[in-house]
Design a protein around this ligand. Structure first.
Ligand code: AR6
Length: 205
């Protein structure tokens, strides 16, 4: 059994000044909608968690394995009915044994051969299509893992910019449909990367 972490217990991120110039303008409304959470995504009691899945949607290692373990066999059964998922696309299921109501399965690019424009665009699609899928299903709070940066080998220091820029863009356009986006980091090095780069996209001024 998991010890659920209610969304209300996750503080919103407080904008801070960064050492680099901001890439976006301050938007105070958005400041209430961003959180950085360090830990296991399967514990979050939230409308939807995003799974870094593979095209089969039938489970695997990493965060995918963790999500399927906690959700239980019903998740795999529902996933099997979805006929897979293309890279950059997203599909939604119930959360079953998870404290999250839904799981949004997205397939990140495999970047072991290096990152080019195709990989970059695919990673951005993952974040955008996951948020779109959430809003289509009235899921107003969404937690993301660091998609593609584990087994799929996308350099985390590049992925963080695609993640933050795409979420910022989506919130700029669809602010009314999203209450909270949680960046769920699992590794201390990813936490540092997000702390360093959040001020570029969600700046203090
Ligand atoms: N909670 C939050 N983040 C986690 C957790 C967790 N419980 N466990 C790992 N992470 P990865 P990918 C982080 O490898 O690179 C699977 O086999 C991890 O530290 O899970 O997109 C799929 O089936 C890293 O930062 O996903 C695919 O075949 C991030 O999650 C393939 O791996 C993503 O790492 C997908 O590879």
């Amino acid at each position: 059994r998991t010890d659920p972490v209610p969304l209300d217990d996750i503080p919103v991120w407080t904008p801070a000044g960064g050492s680099e110039p901001a890439r976006c303008q301050r938007n105070e409304k958005l400041d209430q909608k961003i959180s950085l959470y360090s830990g296991d995504i399967t514990k979050l009691e939230i409308d939807a968690i995003v799974n870094a899945a593979n095209k089969s949607l039938l489970g695997g290692g990493g965060v995918d394995g963790a999500i399927h373990r906690v959700a239980g066999p019903m998740l795999k059964k529902e996933c099997a009915s979805l006929h897979g998922c293309e890279t950059g696309e997203a599909k939604i299921t119930c959360g079953y044994g998870l404290p999250a109501k839904h799981v949004i399965h997205t397939v990140g690019p495999i970047a072991q051969g290096g990152v080019g424009e195709q990989e970059r665009a695919a990673l951005r699609s993952c974040y955008r299509n996951s948020l779109k899928t959430a809003t289509d299903h009235a899921a107003r709070s969404v937690a993301f893992p660091c998609i593609s940066t584990g087994i799929y080998g996308y350099p985390p220091e590049q992925a963080v910019h695609e993640a933050l820029a795409t979420v910022r863009e989506y919130l700029d356009a669809h602010d009314d449909k999203v209450d909270r986006v949680v960046f769920c980091v699992f590794l201390p090095t990813d936490k540092d990367l997000y702390l360093q780069n959040l001020p570029l996209y969600f700046p203090a001024a």
